[in-house]
Design a protein around this ligand. Sequence first.
Ligand code: APR
Length: 228
Amino acid sequence: MKKRVVVLSGAGISAESGLDTFRDSNGLWANYRIEDVCTPEALARNPERVLDFYNMRRRQLLQVEPNDAHIALVNLERHFQVDIVTQNIDDLHERAGSSNVLHLHGELLKSRSIKNPDIIVETRGDVSLGECAPDGAQLRPHVVFFGEEVPELERGAKIVSLAEIFIVVGTSLAVYPAAGLVNYVPYGVPCFLVDPTDVKASYRVFKHIKKRASEGLPELCSLLISNF
Ligand code: APR
Protein backbone atom coordinates (compact mmCIF):
# COMPACT_ATOMS: atom_id res chain seq x y z
CA MET A 1 0.00 0.00 0.00
CA LYS A 2 1.52 3.33 -1.06
CA LYS A 3 1.95 5.95 1.68
CA ARG A 4 -0.26 9.00 1.21
CA VAL A 5 1.51 12.31 0.46
CA VAL A 6 -0.67 15.43 0.64
CA VAL A 7 0.58 18.65 -0.93
CA LEU A 8 -0.84 22.12 -0.19
CA SER A 9 0.36 24.34 -3.03
CA GLY A 10 0.14 28.05 -3.73
CA ALA A 11 1.14 30.60 -6.35
CA GLY A 12 4.85 30.10 -5.69
CA ILE A 13 4.86 26.68 -7.37
CA SER A 14 3.77 28.35 -10.62
CA ALA A 15 6.10 31.36 -10.30
CA GLU A 16 8.89 29.74 -12.31
CA SER A 17 6.43 28.92 -15.06
CA GLY A 18 6.03 32.68 -15.39
CA LEU A 19 2.76 33.27 -13.50
CA ASP A 20 2.70 36.11 -10.95
CA THR A 21 2.31 35.35 -7.27
CA PHE A 22 0.13 37.65 -5.16
CA ARG A 23 2.24 38.94 -2.28
CA ASP A 24 5.78 38.95 -3.60
CA SER A 25 7.28 42.39 -4.23
CA ASN A 26 5.84 42.75 -7.76
CA GLY A 27 2.92 40.38 -7.20
CA LEU A 28 -0.64 40.79 -8.44
CA TRP A 29 -1.77 42.59 -5.29
CA ALA A 30 1.00 45.13 -5.75
CA ASN A 31 -0.50 46.02 -9.14
CA TYR A 32 -4.25 45.50 -8.62
CA ARG A 33 -6.54 46.27 -5.66
CA ILE A 34 -8.31 43.16 -4.35
CA GLU A 35 -11.46 45.25 -3.84
CA ASP A 36 -11.44 46.16 -7.54
CA VAL A 37 -11.00 42.68 -9.05
CA CYS A 38 -11.55 39.91 -6.51
CA THR A 39 -14.72 40.59 -4.48
CA PRO A 40 -18.45 40.06 -5.21
CA GLU A 41 -18.93 43.83 -4.76
CA ALA A 42 -16.33 44.53 -7.47
CA LEU A 43 -18.17 42.15 -9.83
CA ALA A 44 -21.46 43.94 -9.16
CA ARG A 45 -19.96 47.45 -9.36
CA ASN A 46 -17.68 47.05 -12.40
CA PRO A 47 -18.07 43.59 -14.00
CA GLU A 48 -15.96 44.46 -17.04
CA ARG A 49 -12.92 45.29 -14.92
CA VAL A 50 -13.24 41.95 -13.10
CA LEU A 51 -13.77 40.01 -16.34
CA ASP A 52 -10.75 41.75 -17.91
CA PHE A 53 -8.52 40.91 -14.91
CA TYR A 54 -9.29 37.21 -15.28
CA ASN A 55 -9.16 37.37 -19.11
CA MET A 56 -5.59 38.75 -18.79
CA ARG A 57 -4.60 35.97 -16.37
CA ARG A 58 -6.24 33.31 -18.57
CA ARG A 59 -4.36 34.54 -21.67
CA GLN A 60 -1.12 34.46 -19.65
CA LEU A 61 -1.86 30.92 -18.42
CA LEU A 62 -2.30 29.62 -21.95
CA GLN A 63 1.21 30.92 -22.81
CA VAL A 64 3.06 29.07 -20.03
CA GLU A 65 3.99 25.47 -19.19
CA PRO A 66 4.33 23.43 -15.97
CA ASN A 67 7.81 23.58 -14.42
CA ASP A 68 10.09 20.99 -12.77
CA ALA A 69 8.21 21.42 -9.48
CA HIS A 70 4.90 20.31 -10.99
CA ILE A 71 6.68 17.45 -12.77
CA ALA A 72 8.40 16.29 -9.57
CA LEU A 73 4.96 15.77 -8.00
CA VAL A 74 3.87 13.69 -11.00
CA ASN A 75 6.96 11.46 -10.67
CA LEU A 76 6.24 11.07 -6.96
CA GLU A 77 3.04 9.19 -7.93
CA ARG A 78 5.17 6.22 -8.94
CA HIS A 79 6.04 5.71 -5.27
CA PHE A 80 3.24 7.34 -3.25
CA GLN A 81 -0.47 8.11 -3.33
CA VAL A 82 -0.22 11.88 -4.06
CA ASP A 83 -3.16 14.22 -3.37
CA ILE A 84 -2.71 17.88 -4.24
CA VAL A 85 -4.87 20.53 -2.55
CA THR A 86 -4.08 23.73 -4.40
CA GLN A 87 -5.04 27.36 -3.87
CA ASN A 88 -4.04 28.00 -7.48
CA ILE A 89 -6.61 28.55 -10.21
CA ASP A 90 -4.14 27.57 -12.94
CA ASP A 91 -4.20 24.09 -14.50
CA LEU A 92 -0.45 23.49 -14.38
CA HIS A 93 -0.70 20.56 -11.94
CA GLU A 94 -3.14 18.84 -14.30
CA ARG A 95 -1.15 19.70 -17.42
CA ALA A 96 2.00 18.25 -15.79
CA GLY A 97 0.02 15.01 -15.28
CA SER A 98 -0.96 14.99 -11.60
CA SER A 99 -3.89 12.62 -11.05
CA ASN A 100 -5.54 14.06 -7.92
CA VAL A 101 -5.89 17.85 -7.78
CA LEU A 102 -8.45 19.72 -5.65
CA HIS A 103 -8.84 23.44 -6.40
CA LEU A 104 -9.82 25.29 -3.21
CA HIS A 105 -10.19 28.67 -4.96
CA GLY A 106 -11.68 27.60 -8.29
CA GLU A 107 -10.29 27.28 -11.80
CA LEU A 108 -9.32 29.99 -14.30
CA LEU A 109 -10.29 27.81 -17.30
CA LYS A 110 -13.89 27.56 -16.07
CA SER A 111 -16.69 30.14 -15.85
CA ARG A 112 -20.12 29.89 -14.27
CA SER A 113 -23.56 31.47 -14.27
CA ILE A 114 -23.62 34.53 -12.03
CA LYS A 115 -27.03 33.24 -10.85
CA ASN A 116 -26.44 29.49 -10.46
CA PRO A 117 -22.98 28.34 -9.25
CA ASP A 118 -23.73 24.80 -10.43
CA ILE A 119 -23.86 25.87 -14.08
CA ILE A 120 -20.17 25.75 -15.04
CA VAL A 121 -18.65 25.93 -18.53
CA GLU A 122 -15.10 25.44 -19.84
CA THR A 123 -13.48 28.77 -20.80
CA ARG A 124 -10.27 29.11 -22.82
CA GLY A 125 -10.94 32.51 -24.41
CA ASP A 126 -12.00 35.87 -23.02
CA VAL A 127 -15.34 36.28 -21.24
CA SER A 128 -17.15 39.51 -22.11
CA LEU A 129 -20.03 41.43 -20.60
CA GLY A 130 -23.24 40.06 -22.09
CA GLU A 131 -21.79 36.58 -22.56
CA CYS A 132 -24.25 34.25 -20.83
CA ALA A 133 -24.30 30.80 -19.29
CA PRO A 134 -26.86 28.24 -20.51
CA ASP A 135 -29.36 29.64 -17.99
CA GLY A 136 -29.16 33.04 -19.68
CA ALA A 137 -27.33 34.71 -16.80
CA GLN A 138 -24.02 36.56 -17.20
CA LEU A 139 -20.91 34.38 -17.04
CA ARG A 140 -18.41 35.08 -14.21
CA PRO A 141 -15.05 33.49 -13.38
CA HIS A 142 -15.39 30.14 -11.56
CA VAL A 143 -13.08 31.54 -8.90
CA VAL A 144 -13.58 32.10 -5.15
CA PHE A 145 -13.51 35.85 -4.47
CA PHE A 146 -12.57 37.28 -1.09
CA GLY A 147 -15.62 37.13 1.15
CA GLU A 148 -17.12 34.16 -0.70
CA GLU A 149 -17.59 30.62 0.56
CA VAL A 150 -14.87 28.01 -0.14
CA PRO A 151 -17.09 25.07 -1.21
CA GLU A 152 -14.19 22.59 -1.44
CA LEU A 153 -12.85 23.36 2.04
CA GLU A 154 -14.39 20.31 3.73
CA ARG A 155 -13.06 17.99 1.05
CA GLY A 156 -9.65 19.62 1.43
CA ALA A 157 -9.68 19.15 5.19
CA LYS A 158 -10.60 15.47 4.80
CA ILE A 159 -7.73 14.91 2.36
CA VAL A 160 -5.23 16.68 4.67
CA SER A 161 -6.46 14.68 7.68
CA LEU A 162 -5.41 11.48 5.87
CA ALA A 163 -1.86 12.65 5.13
CA GLU A 164 1.03 10.39 6.11
CA ILE A 165 3.51 12.92 4.70
CA PHE A 166 2.59 16.62 4.27
CA ILE A 167 4.19 19.17 1.95
CA VAL A 168 3.52 22.92 1.79
CA VAL A 169 4.95 24.56 -1.33
CA GLY A 170 4.75 28.11 -2.67
CA THR A 171 2.19 29.64 -0.33
CA SER A 172 2.51 32.43 2.19
CA LEU A 173 -0.27 30.76 4.25
CA ALA A 174 -1.71 34.28 4.51
CA VAL A 175 -5.26 33.53 3.40
CA TYR A 176 -7.86 31.68 5.49
CA PRO A 177 -9.62 29.33 5.54
CA ALA A 178 -7.15 27.66 3.11
CA ALA A 179 -4.15 28.29 5.39
CA GLY A 180 -6.06 26.70 8.28
CA LEU A 181 -5.86 23.31 6.54
CA VAL A 182 -2.39 22.92 8.07
CA ASN A 183 -4.15 22.30 11.38
CA TYR A 184 -5.80 19.15 9.99
CA VAL A 185 -2.48 17.34 9.55
CA PRO A 186 -2.45 14.44 12.02
CA TYR A 187 0.16 14.70 14.79
CA GLY A 188 3.43 12.97 14.14
CA VAL A 189 3.13 13.30 10.34
CA PRO A 190 6.39 14.55 8.79
CA CYS A 191 5.80 18.09 7.42
CA PHE A 192 7.95 19.76 4.76
CA LEU A 193 7.98 23.35 3.49
CA VAL A 194 9.46 24.34 0.13
CA ASP A 195 9.76 28.12 -0.17
CA PRO A 196 12.73 30.50 -0.68
CA THR A 197 11.46 32.72 2.14
CA ASP A 198 10.46 32.06 5.75
CA VAL A 199 6.75 31.27 6.08
CA LYS A 200 5.03 31.16 9.44
CA ALA A 201 3.39 27.75 9.24
CA SER A 202 1.35 27.92 12.48
CA TYR A 203 2.48 25.68 15.32
CA ARG A 204 3.47 22.83 13.06
CA VAL A 205 7.17 21.97 12.85
CA PHE A 206 8.24 21.88 9.21
CA LYS A 207 11.49 20.79 7.71
CA HIS A 208 12.10 23.90 5.60
CA ILE A 209 13.81 23.48 2.23
CA LYS A 210 14.61 27.15 1.63
CA LYS A 211 14.77 26.96 -2.14
CA ARG A 212 12.63 27.78 -5.15
CA ALA A 213 10.10 25.06 -5.96
CA SER A 214 11.70 23.94 -9.22
CA GLU A 215 14.86 23.06 -7.29
CA GLY A 216 13.57 22.28 -3.78
CA LEU A 217 10.66 20.05 -4.75
CA PRO A 218 12.61 17.58 -6.94
CA GLU A 219 15.19 17.45 -4.12
CA LEU A 220 12.47 16.75 -1.51
CA CYS A 221 10.81 14.11 -3.69
CA SER A 222 14.12 12.23 -4.07
CA LEU A 223 14.55 12.39 -0.28
CA LEU A 224 11.03 11.00 0.26
CA ILE A 225 11.53 8.21 -2.27
CA SER A 226 14.76 7.08 -0.61
CA ASN A 227 13.58 7.47 3.00
CA PHE A 228 9.90 6.51 3.16
N1 APR B 1 9.26 28.68 -5.43
C1 APR B 1 8.62 28.44 -4.25
N2 APR B 1 7.94 29.39 -3.56
C2 APR B 1 7.95 30.63 -4.09
C3 APR B 1 8.60 30.97 -5.30
C4 APR B 1 9.27 29.91 -5.98
N3 APR B 1 9.92 30.14 -7.13
N4 APR B 1 8.41 32.30 -5.54
C5 APR B 1 7.65 32.76 -4.51
N5 APR B 1 7.39 31.77 -3.63
C6 APR B 1 6.63 31.82 -2.39
C7 APR B 1 6.65 33.15 -1.67
O1 APR B 1 7.80 33.23 -0.83
C8 APR B 1 5.35 33.07 -0.87
O2 APR B 1 5.55 32.40 0.36
O3 APR B 1 5.28 31.59 -2.73
C9 APR B 1 4.44 32.23 -1.76
C10 APR B 1 3.44 33.07 -2.53
O4 APR B 1 2.54 33.62 -1.60
P1 APR B 1 1.27 34.41 -2.14
O5 APR B 1 1.71 35.33 -3.23
O6 APR B 1 0.55 34.95 -0.95
O7 APR B 1 0.37 33.29 -2.87
P2 APR B 1 -0.61 32.28 -2.17
O8 APR B 1 -0.12 31.88 -0.81
O9 APR B 1 -0.87 31.19 -3.14
O10 APR B 1 -1.94 33.15 -1.99
C11 APR B 1 -3.04 32.48 -1.40
O11 APR B 1 -4.37 34.46 -1.79
O12 APR B 1 -5.11 36.18 -3.10
C12 APR B 1 -5.40 34.91 -2.66
O13 APR B 1 -6.77 33.44 -3.83
C13 APR B 1 -5.48 33.96 -3.81
O14 APR B 1 -5.01 31.59 -3.77
C14 APR B 1 -4.48 32.88 -3.45
C15 APR B 1 -4.31 33.06 -1.97
